[in-house]
Design a protein around this ligand. Structure first.
Ligand code: LMR
Length: 396
């Protein structure tokens, strides 16, 4: 029977990351998968996480299952991180949170519950979006529509087109929005634009599904959550998929949460029961280690301050690399790359063709996605100029 299977193509991100890993050229620059690297090319275990881990190793006496909803401290802290401790949805106890295996698990649980609530819901995805959104949500049976998001010619958000497309949203549809640090383009909505989206969703009776996987890596933890907080205070229902992979550096620990903002405490309990049912069907109980660490870091004032300080220095480093790259590219190519300095988070498109991307890979050992998405956080001070020169070479 298994002999009848056909082989799938390699994943568009992980396949390239594997190719880059296998490349032994000493001038290699790997800007594929979205992982934060320091200036030594290492993805660090954050200091607060290290300290929490030492505490955990000393105190842990059991590896029995976590409760299906997850580590209680983590489950209590995550909505405060995302929504802000005094948010009215929290004060009114209209939220429910379930720990999930990473941000992917959070998206999957959100979409499972959405599909039960409205099996004919159409999910509006931005064009472009993270390539895994469609297979991940589609495997639940949800159908899609697309809204234009990014203008490749001007290297900026095309808000006018976005809102034109979203005029097609109907009651019961879901609109997927990137909470901050849009993956793959790095172009985010401003406060005024979030408000216009909130008004439209409210008017249509549609629900936002907010993927917030990079909180803290754009500007800071507060500013990056502006959109999600605004929608959660103005709309009766919001689905949120949050991840601790990037902002706590817990990538391999698979630590995330689905947060349901509902109309009442009772609706929140019901949504949670559906989420627990979906988790039981898929994986039963979430993994413990990362969520216990994240819970400790978020709940302990000393660890939390240490974490926020390190996170802010990572974010500043990414912004510094963006500024350097923008200047170096503009100087090397005579083209305007100022958009690289303006975009937020780990990712930007460089506007290269797939043929140019391939040439960079083969001739210069420079790895980026075929779409020319780069992970800015994969650069070092010393690789900015060589990257700019390599790109100038293929643009000539
Ligand atoms: C990325 O976009 O590179 C990250 O979100 C990692 C992944 O799973 O694709």
């Amino acid at each position: 029977m298994l002999a009848t299977l056909s082989r799938l193509p390699k994943d568009s991100i992980l396949g390239l990351a594997a190719l880059a890993r296998a490349d032994e050229r000493s001038n290699k620059i790997d800007l594929t998968v979205g992982v934060y690297m320091d200036d030594n090319g290492l993805c660090p275990v954050m200091r607060a996480v290290q300290e929490a881990q030492q505490q955990l190793v000393q105190a842990e006496v059991s590896k029995a299952y976590l409760p299906p909803q997850g580590d209680p401290t983590f489950v209590a802290e995550m909505p405060k991180l995302v929504l802000g401790a005094g948010h009215r949805a929290l004060v009114e106890t209209r939220t429910a949170t379930i720990q999930t295996p990473g941000g992917c698990g959070a998206l999957r649980i959100a979409s499972e519950v959405l599909a039960v609530a409205n099996p004919s819901a159409k999910v509006w995805l931005p064009n472009p979006t993270w390539p895994v959104h469609e297979p991940l949500l589609g495997s639940v049976g949800l159908k899609f529509a697309r809204y234009d998001y990014y203008d490749y010619a001007t290297h900026s958000l095309n808000f006018e087109r976005m809102m034109q497309d979203l005029q097609g949203v109907k009651a019961g549809d879901a609109v997927l929005l990137h909470g901050c640090c849009h993956n793959p383009c790095g172009a985010d909505l401003n406060a005024e634009q979030w408000q216009i989206v909130a008004d439209l969703l409210l008017e249509r009776g549609a629900i936002p599904l907010i993927d917030i996987a990079y909180q803290g890596l754009g500007d800071d933890l507060e500013h990056d959550a502006l959109g999600v907080r605004m929608l959660a205070s103005q709309l009766p229902e919001v689905l949120i998929a949050a991840s601790c992979s990037k902002n706590l550096g817990l990538y391999r620990e698979r630590t995330g949460a689905t947060i349901f903002v509902t109309q009442s405490a009772e609706h929140a309990e019901t949504a949670l029961s559906q989420a627990l049912g979906a988790a039981r069907r898929l994986y039963s109980m979430p993994p413990a280690h990362g969520a216990i660490l994240a819970g400790k870091v978020l709940a302990d004032a000393h660890l939390n301050a240490m974490w926020q300080q390190e996170l802010q220095s990572m974010t500043q480093r990414i912004q510094g690399l963006r500024n350097q790259l923008s200047v170096a590219l503009t100087a090397a190519t005579d083209c305007d790359f100022s958009f690289v300095a303006q975009e937020k988070g780990m990712f930007s498109f460089l506007g290269l063709t797939p043929a140019q991307v391939l040439q960079l890979r083969e001739e210069q050992a420079v790895y980026m996605l075929d779409s020319s998405r780069i992970n800015v956080a994969g650069l070092k001070d010393a690789t900015v100029e060589p990257l700019a020169q390599a790109i100038a070479g293929v643009l000539r």
